[in-house]
Design a protein around this ligand. Structure first.
Ligand code: GAP
Length: 444
């Protein structure tokens, strides 16, 4: 089994990630997240919020709606431009993204009269046609153009059409940023690579508004910030790189883009894009809404349409990168062990409380007492089922950094053992020191 196959198996068995609605056969590109998956996603989002929002000045949060009227996406250019080239096999009816097919991403492509054939059945392919990636719906009971609406393909547009609300309500000055975490939807032609290319996914986006003269400076600043954030959360330098886009490769709104890529099993691929969106979005929304979306510089008495620097990351792609980065196999007591070597601040379960296997009531009561104290402060898990060795393995497999064992000695001197997941070494400390110990170890 390959590493990614092992990870997919553990994700299902241990409750990180499930194929959505599997009992009905599921839909491609949709996944549900179990307890551990949600905890890990929350860790990623909190680490992003900490670095991008809370440790900075003048960055404000927003949560805009997921469904938006057609006008928004006419203004943003998505109705016109947000499309991928689609081709279909006339024989087996599989569909492909033409650009991905030609890069060999579906397998080897044979040619006939210089035209590519289906990589699955060598059947003839249709001509390329453009396919819009947005999910369309209607608001209200009548399906007509006026009620046409779309599930947002990026969280960014909710930030742009709220520009004035934030500017006025927060009484801020340039430069400032608006940040949003939330779901986005794209009807991808071929969702694949587990949670890498999904049809419903979560984005973490910042739109940073700056004076046009300072756009380059802030672009460099955010690129640097975001790259370093990946190193800080534990991704190794050799597994990430920056990809600089050429002018003819840029999205319709962008003047400059760099992707931060991770070394996935199929090669380096995008986790996050940092773009200079210029004043494209504010100008377009001003034009389409007839509301002037500008910043008034009180000192210079001039109106400015700010430029926008946008770092935009996908939560699930980062989650997948972390699972790949920290997946480990070793041997403990002559047995193969699989574990996730997450740094403590990323572990979905921060500490597990494992009483020694015993019927002694005092021991179980003491364990419950420790559990009740610690769950006030940490994400802890209580497990008293099965042999201690097996319980350690279960925690290792989900990446729990610390296992706390309560034993007979605990009843004598109020100490317990803390086992380090990576070394499997144990140390004995006083119960009253555990809170400080964990706080120190879990620091980001
Ligand atoms: N607002 C800019 C924007 O949406 P993007 O490069 O299309 O730019 C940003 O998307 C990030 O969202 C990507 O770097 C990726 O992490 C994530 N993303 C995009 N499409 C995705 C998909 N189909 N499945 C999972 N994540 C996706």
């Amino acid at each position: 089994m390959s590493k990614i196959e092992e990870i997919i198996k553990i994700c299902k068995q241990r409750g990180f990630i499930f194929q959505s609605a599997e009992i009905y056969g599921g839909l491609k590109g949709f996944y549900d997240f179990g307890h551990l998956g949600v905890l890990l996603k929350n860790k990623i989002k909190n680490l992003w919020l900490k670095e991008v929002v809370f440790k900075k000045d003048n960055i404000f949060l927003i949560e805009s709606s997921l469904i938006g009227q057609r006008k928004i996406y006419e203004a943003s250019g998505h109705i016109e431009n947000f499309q991928d080239p689609l081709i279909e096999c006339k024989n087996c009816h599989n569909r492909f993204r033409a650009d991905h097919l030609l890069k060999g991403e579906y397998g080897e492509v044979k040619l006939k009269n210089n035209k590519p054939l289906c990589p699955f059945c060598s059947g003839e392919l249709t001509e390329e046609r453009n396919f819009n990636l947005m999910f369309k719906t209607y608001v209200g009971p009548v399906e007509e153009l006026a009620s046409e609406a779309y599930l947002r393909p990026e969280t960014a547009q909710g930030i742009f059409y709220n520009f004035k609300n934030i500017l006025n309500s927060m009484r801020t000055k340039l430069p400032f940023g608006i940040a949003q975490i939330g779901k986005s939807f794209r009807n991808e032609i071929t969702p694949r690579n587990f949670i890498f290319r999904m049809r419903e996914f979560e984005q973490m986006e910042l739109e940073f508004f700056t004076h046009p003269n300072e756009a380059k400076k802030w672009y460099d600043f955010w690129l640097n910030e975001r790259y370093n954030w990946y190193l800080k959360i534990g991704i190794s330098k050799e597994n990430i790189r920056k990809k600089i886009y050429k002018k003819d490769e840029l999205a319709h709104y962008s003047d400059a883009t760099v992707d931060i890529e991770y070394n996935f099993p199929w090669g380096f691929d995008e986790m996050e894009g940092i773009a200079n969106r210029t004043n494209y979005d504010l100008s377009r929304h001003s034009h389409f809404s007839k509301e002037e979306l500008v910043y008034f510089d009180e000192e210079k008495k001039e109106k400015i349409i700010p430029f926008v620097i946008e770092p935009s990351a996908g939560v699930e792609r980062i989650l997948l990168a972390l699972l790949l980065e920290f997946y480990q196999e070793d041997e403990v007591n002559n047995e193969k062990r699989i574990f996730f070597k997450f740094p403590p601040f990323l572990s979905p379960i921060e500490a597990a409380i494992l009483p020694l296997l015993s019927n002694k009531k005092e021991l179980l009561n003491k364990s419950q007492e420790v559990y009740n104290i610690l769950k006030e402060k940490f994400i802890v898990y209580y497990d008293d089922k099965g042999s201690i060795g097996r319980r350690y393995r279960r925690q290792d497999e989900i990446g729990t950094s610390f296992c706390l064992t309560i034993d007979f000695q605990t009843l004598k001197d109020d100490t317990l053992t803390i086992r380090d997941r990576d070394t499997t070494k144990q140390e004995r400390i006083k119960i009253q020191e555990v809170e400080n110990y964990l706080t120190e170890k879990l620091k980001f």
